[in-house]
Design a protein around this ligand. Structure first.
Ligand code: SF4
Length: 63
């Protein structure tokens, strides 16, 4: 199970379905995240993604 007790106060996040989310403090529990885009020419905030996201119900063996 992932330890999410750490709250990185530089990364405010409300994505509660992510396994890195600190649900108690509403911050990310990672030291750093990767932000990217799924668009060829991003122009709005909706075009960007947290690529460190991982679902809480991840059944991958080596997660
Ligand atoms: S990895 Fe990304 S989506 Fe997940 S808690 Fe951290 S900032 Fe939020």
């Amino acid at each position: 199970m992932t330890d999410t007790s750490y709250a990185n106060h530089c990364i405010i996040c409300n994505v509660t379905s992510c396994k890195h989310h600190n649900d108690r403090k509403n911050y990310c529990s990672l030291e750093a995240i990767r932000v990217g885009t799924h668009e060829s020419d991003p122009s709005q905030d909706q075009c960007t993604d947290c690529q460190s996201f991982a679902p809480k119900q991840d059944n991958t063996i080596f997660s």
